[in-house]
Design a protein around this ligand. Structure first.
Ligand code: ATP
Ligand code: MG
Length: 393
């Protein structure tokens, strides 16, 4: 029934002279999303609007689902096309349209006509008035409300006539590729995939890094992180996942440092390595799934101690979120079921019974001196032997 989709975008409309860059990025991302759908489509920009034309048979539900993953879209309007065979025929088409699309027949509405083709015999205001009357006759329980209608029935007079009124909400945000790149520290947990999603929603392209510790962490745990990267890539586009073998570094810290400081020192090395890879990959920020006070390593004191090793900004979009709020988003973006699979992550193997919650930076730095002999070599080896996978759906 629907032969095209009109794409509504709000925020990117206000970017002045750079507007076309945002629109082009949005068009690119829509094309990528449509590659996951059966059918042939054409995405184009005309007169400050983005349209998706459907050129073949297609699966409506699936197509809408895929378009809904494109950041920058606030609304998706499925459009019916009818031939211009005179105004009376148009009235019939509109009535048939309302019966199908708004079968309740008791809403408030207004008609909003637009003549892209100026030789149409009626002017926009006349179309609004005439069609309004026809609708009121056909649906006695519908009412006109020009200020705040439940249904705005758009009639666009082009070569053909376009009818649309349904607005399916999009994810909002900004198109990927309009805000630079950042490196996500991706673990197998619930939080970091959500953190990546949230930063990508603002247009940031994501790379990722995962630290694993074979044989203490299994191949299954790694597969799970790859699966999570693939799930997040539905929204972010392909993710380059750097997989770092962290075992020797962890064991060395375990041997040399006080156990209650293990987690903090380990996290400082994760951040250091993530930053090194970030800079090599043209990323200008790091992203983590940390949230204040969720665990001992995420108190303000611990965050301060971890953050101290970084020179790049660290984005922590979940910092003020409760676990339940994070879980809700992970359900929405379809990562929850994978995140809760029970494979150990490398931090849980080496956790102390009583980790510090108020680490002293002075003590941490003092104890890190006991790593001086080997740590630089271990870090270099971990970075140079990393595995890189391109994760995409
Ligand atoms: P998550 O649910 O994201 O695993 P968490 O609640 O388990 O988070 P921590 O284990 O303290 O919290 O990790 C805090 C953040 O550090 C994670 O959100 C993630 O960004 C990063 N991180 C932790 N472990 C790893 C890892 N093995 N590889 C990459 N990043 C990690
Ligand atoms: Mg974790």
């Amino acid at each position: 029934m629907f032969k095209s989709f009109l794409i509504k975008y709000a925020e990117i409309g206000v970017k002045g002279k750079n507007r076309y860059l945002f629109e082009d990025a949005l068009v690119r991302q829509i094309r990528i999303a449509l590659k996951r759908c059966e059918g042939e489509f054409k995405v184009h920009k005309t007169q400050g609007r983005i349209y998706i034309e459907v050129l073949s048979e297609y699966d409506y539900e699936d197509t809408v689902e895929q378009i809904k993953t494109v950041f920058g879209i606030v609304g998706i309007c499925p459009v019916v096309h009818v031939e211009d065979e005179g105004f009376e025929k148009l009235c019939e088409e509109v009535i048939a349209y309302i019966k199908k699309v708004h079968p309740e027949g008791n809403q408030t509405f207004k008609v909003l006509a637009r003549r892209a083709r100026k030789n149409y015999p009626l002017e926009s205001m006349e179309i609004n008035r005439e069609l309004g009357g026809v609708i009121l006759n056909a649906f006695p329980n519908m009412k006109v409300d020009v200020h705040d209608p439940q249904i705005v029935l758009h009639i666009e007079i082009r070569e053909k006539i376009y009818i649309y009124s349904k607005v399916i909400p999009g994810p909002g945000g900004m198109p990927i590729g309009t805000a630079g790149n950042a490196m996500l520290l991706l673990s197998g947990g619930i939080d970091s995939p959500v953190a990546g999603y949230m930063i990508a929603k603002r247009g940031v392209q994501i790379d990722a890094v995962y630290f694993h510790a074979p044989p203490y962490t299994s191949e299954r745990a790694k597969e799970k992180v790859v699966d999570l990267a693939k799930l997040v890539s539905v929204y972010t586009g392909p993710i380059r996942l750097n997989i770092i073998n962290f075992t020797d570094i962890q064991l060395y810290i375990y041997e040399q440092c006080p156990h209650e400081e293990l987690t903090i020192i380990m996290r400082r090395y994760m951040m250091k390595i993530a930053e090194r890879i970030a800079i090599e990959s043209d990323c200008i920020g790091l992203i983590t799934g940390e949230s204040i006070a969720q665990v001992a390593s995420q108190t303000l004191h611990s965050l301060m101690a971890t953050n101290e090793v970084c020179t790049l900004p660290v984005y922590r979009p979940l910092i003020g979120f409760d676990k339940q709020e994070i879980v809700e988003i992970s359900h929405k973006i379809n990562t929850y079921e994978t995140s809760i699979l029970p494979f150990e992550d490398c931090c849980t193997i080496f956790v102390a019974k009583h980790p510090v919650t108020k680490p002293s930076l002075k003590m941490i730095k003092l104890h890190e001196k006991d790593l001086e002999e080997k740590i630089d070599d271990l870090v270099e080896t971990a970075i140079s032997t990393r595995e890189i996978l391109l994760c995409k759906k």
